[in-house]
Design a protein around this ligand. Structure first.
Ligand code: NAD
Ligand code: DAU
Length: 369
């Protein structure tokens, strides 16, 4: 097991702006951070799109060092105000349109939030940084973390080596193209203006509070509802699964010890074919759920039309973050999936309200039923 980083000793407190902190990874990160570093100020900026959920942060409401602001990262004056009035030194930027299928149905929001929104944040942070910190001799702990994805590297065949930080960008979906654009902007702000940006590119996260449109929560919920389990194409596509808490630990290290201007790949070292993953989930649900509409769950598996431009395989080579910052993932896919299935079983009050009219309309468009 990797030990959790410990930066408590002699550590000056930080003031964080966390964008997208009401989403899946963002909310896991905010809970992690507030528990680990209770002396830090954490301000969440989130537009509460369909993917943002106040419930994800309910345990922090009323805590002295925590503030939630509903707002859009494209709103320059709001971002400037927050940076200034909260004297922010650390931005952790999660806010994004994050779902590939939605980017295929309608790319425009992806360009707006992922490209224009990231640009807006970077530009506001540049002015904030230059006026408030550079003139006072700098702020050694200030950093802008841009949380990105392995999808910017495109697709691998089963025989290719895993993605390294040197793999050329080759995004294949509107989502990954928009993330690639924002990664380049973050990089350019370091090289051109000396703003301390760091880009992280991680693999598929999973765990609690994952929105039901994504593979793992969708499968868990459909099993509990007795609905078909739609597997795209032949189910042989491979993803490298990263437990969300491992990701939070990696970001903790990058924030404290990462090199400005650098990029870090973060991966779970857990490559699994989609069909094998779905079968694992079925076995876990058969074992753990007391009553199910259909048992065994494997009977619900349905191969459906493939996602257009579906990347075949993602795999992360995380050697750099391991050797430079001492991070390795600690949760195996078997452990992580068991915890995740249990979470969806015991948190029906969290996910049932998310199956809204909007969700049903989206589901109908993608799956046709
Ligand atoms: P998510 O869709 O669960 O959450 C996104 C959050 O951003 C939501 O709370 C939403 O309300 C907010 N948001 C969207 N547009 C906004 C805007 N214009 N202004 C302010 N807030 C806005 O996403 P996630 O899965 O938690 O992903 C977080 C980040 O990590 C994204 O940048 C994503 O590209 C990246 N990432 C995710 C994964 C993954 O497996 N989930 C893997 C690699 C990288
Ligand atoms: O790799 C990192 C990326 O992982 C992140 O950048 C994205 O934000 C995140 O959404 C995720 O993208 P994927 O497209 O890999 O995740 P998704 O859960 O949508 O799909 C995982 C795999 O499962 C993929 O090969 C498509 C397949 N799939 C997905 C759904 C929703 C199915 O077979 N059936 C489904 O119903």
């Amino acid at each position: 097991m990797t030990s959790t980083p410990n930066f408590h000793e002699n550590r000056p407190s930080r003031r964080l702006l966390v964008t997208g902190g009401a989403g899946f990874i963002g909310s896991n990160f905010v809970r992690y951070w507030c528990t680990r570093y209770p002396g830090d100020r954490v301000v969440v900026l989130d537009a509460l799109t369909y993917a943002g959920n106040r419930q994800n942060l309910a345990s922090l409401v009323g805590k002295e060092n925590f503030r939630f602001v509903q707002g859009n990262i494209c709103d320059r004056s709001l971002v400037e105000t927050l940076l200034e009035e909260e004297q922010i030194d650390t931005v952790v930027h999660f806010a994004a349109e994050s779902h590939v299928d939605r980017s295929i149905l309608g790319p425009s929001a992806f360009i707006q939030t992922n490209v224009v929104g990231t640009f807006t944040l970077l530009e506001a942070f540049r002015i904030h940084w230059q006026t408030l910190f550079s003139v006072k001799g700098g702020n050694p702990q200030g950093v802008f973390i841009h949380v990105s994805t392995d999808e910017v590297y495109g697709t691998l065949t089963p025989r290719d080596p895993a993605f390294t930080e040197k793999t050329p960008y080759a995004p294949n979906s509107p989502y990954s193209a928009s993330k690639a654009g924002s990664d380049h902007l973050a990089r350019a702000y370091y090289h051109t203006y000396g703003i301390p940006t760091i880009v992280t590119n991680c693999s598929n996260n999973y765990g609690p509070y994952h929105f039901p449109e994504k593979l793992i929560p969708l499968m868990c919920i459909n099993m509990l509802l007795g609905k078909p389990l739609p597997v795209y194409g032949d189910g042989e596509n491979i993803r490298d699964w990263l437990y969300v808490e491992d990701h939070c630990r990696a970001l903790d290290l990058v924030i404290h010890r990462g090199t400005p201007g650098a990029t870090y790949n973060i991966g779970g070292n857990n490559e699994v074919k989609n069909i094998d993953l779905v079968r694992m989930l079925c076995r876990l649900m058969d074992e753990l759920a007391p009553d199910l509409p259909m048992r065994p769950c494997e009977k619900l598996i349905a191969f459906v039309k493939d996602r257009p431009g579906h990347d075949r395989r993602y795999a992360i080579d995380a050697t750099k973050i391991k050797t430079q910052l001492g991070w390795t993932p600690s949760v195996t896919v078997e452990e992580g999936l068991r915890q995740t299935v249990l979470w969806y079983l015991t948190h029906q009050d969290w996910w049932r309200p998310l199956l809204s009219e909007e969700y049903r309309a989206y589901y109908q468009q993608v799956y046709g039923n």
